[in-house]
Design a protein around this ligand. Structure first.
Ligand code: NAD
Ligand code: DAU
Length: 345
């Protein structure tokens, strides 16, 4: 059996990838390494936790001994999702972003250097592969026109995106310096089930459902390029197996929406009044527009998103309606404290 280490597999995108991998590769043993921060929740994986090909390890990607042990036991693939992922939190507390996103990634890369380098020139050994899951935010912000390509210079604007860019650059350096088989993807905004309700779409759905104000930053006209999480995970599986080491692949939905359009759509779907919309102080350094050119994914692998946004967003809203128990369980004490700091009581 092949062994795949998925880090951050108890989070929004990682859990989708764990599920897809177990389905798509029944001959893989999946190890999910997750620190279970406020954003990681094992209830998300309740449906697969008894799968004999699945093992959960609670731990930090920055823990040298633990990561060493996992690599020492032999790994064919590593996919690194583990991260602090919320921009607003990186503004109120950047340090943990540097620790997890940069130093944690470097710890994984160091283990790859230690355990994989000796394998690289051995005949009849399958070369392992590492995929760094990154974000379009490393490119900074776009004006009204244009797209991020893989050649767009990195100009991160938030502590979150700067820490992700740091991890991308380390991945690049470990490829160039040591020749390790490392790949990087940069994806646009994901939506779908199991997203933590601090991010725009689930936050707005849940506030609308409970008749709380919907806090829209600034003028609400910032643009994000939305992609269903399952389309992202399918693209990651392709890059992991077919991508060329050292390359970067942009993943996106060609699906740009202004925030205010999305907020109104959610209110319409839930039959709630627009009077719930509350324009609030803008996010400091708020990037205006993201839009991905995913032409390389199409050209190299024929990849295209399969989900139509209008259908996907309806299903997502429905999922949140039907899974209020999950929402309640992730809104732990910690999340509540953060929520009050960010938006006031
Ligand atoms: P998330 O916040 O939902 O999940 C992150 C997971 O990582 C959680 O389960 C958490 O417990 C775990 N984690 C955090 N610190 C850890 C540590 N030190 N060691 C081990 N586990 C740790 O994030 P997400 O939205 O699923 O994003 C996953 C990855 O994809 C991130 O790297 C993010 O930068 C990237 N990404 C996200 C999006 C998006 O729209 N959400 C888009 C592009 C890229
Ligand atoms: O582009 C990919 C990135 O998308 C990922 O790398 C990040 O991990 C992910 O969090 C996401 O970042 P954003 O900052 O784009 O997502 P967020 O859901 O925080 O915000 C989306 C937009 O909605 C953004 O323009 C800010 C706005 N917003 C957000 C919140 C939480 C509001 O107007 N009000 C809010 O309360």
């Amino acid at each position: 059996m092949k062994k795949i280490l998925i880090t951050g597999g108890a989070g929004f995108i990682g859990s989708c990838f764990v599920r897809q991998t177990l389905q798509k590769h029944p001959d893989y043993q999946v190890i999910n390494l997750d620190a279970l921060t406020y954003a990681g929740n094992l209830e998300t994986l309740a449906d697969i936790e008894k799968n004999p090909n699945y093992r959960f390890v609670k731990g930090d990607i920055g823990d040298k001994n633990l990561v060493d042990k996992l690599f020492a036991a032999g790994l064919d693939y590593v996919v690194n999702f583990a991260a602090e992922s919320h921009v607003d939190r990186s503004i109120s507390g950047p340090e943990i972003f540097v620790q997890t996103n940069i130093l944690g990634t470097q710890n994984l890369l160091e283990a790859a250097r230690k355990y994989w380098l000796p394998l690289l020139n051995v005949a009849e050994t399958t070369v392992p592969r590492y995929l760094q899951v990154s974000t379009d935010e490393v490119y900074g912000s776009l004006g009204l026109a244009g797209y991020f390509t893989e050649e767009t210079p990195l100009q991160p604007n938030s502590p979150y995106s700067a820490s992700k860019a740091g991890a991308d650059l380390l991945t690049r350096a470990y490829f160039h310096t040591f020749g390790l088989p490392l790949l990087t993807t940069r994806c646009s905004n994901n939506y779908g089930p199991y997203q933590f309700p601090e991010k725009l779409i689930p936050l707005m759905i849940n506030n609308a459902l409970t008749d709380q104000p919907l806090p829209v930053y600034g003028d609400g006209r910032n643009v994000r390029d939305w992609l269903h999480v399952s389309d992202h995970c399918e693209a990651l599986d392709i890059v992991l197996h077919q991508g060329v080491p050292g390359e970067v692949y942009n993943i996106g939905g060609h699906n740009e929406k202004e925030n205010i359009y999305l907020v109104k759509l959610i209110l319409r779907e839930l039959k709630k009044p627009e009077t719930l919309i509350k324009y609030v102080q803008d996010r400091p350094g708020h990037d205006r527009r993201y839009a991905i050119d995913a032409g390389k994914m199409a050209k190299c692998f024929g990849w295209q998103p399969r989900r139509v946004f209008e259908q996907g967003i309806k299903e997502t809203i429905q999922w949140y309606l039907e899974n209020q128990k999950w929402v309640a369980s992730v809104k732990s004490g910690d999340y509540q404290k953060y929520y009050e700091r960010q938006y006031g009581k």
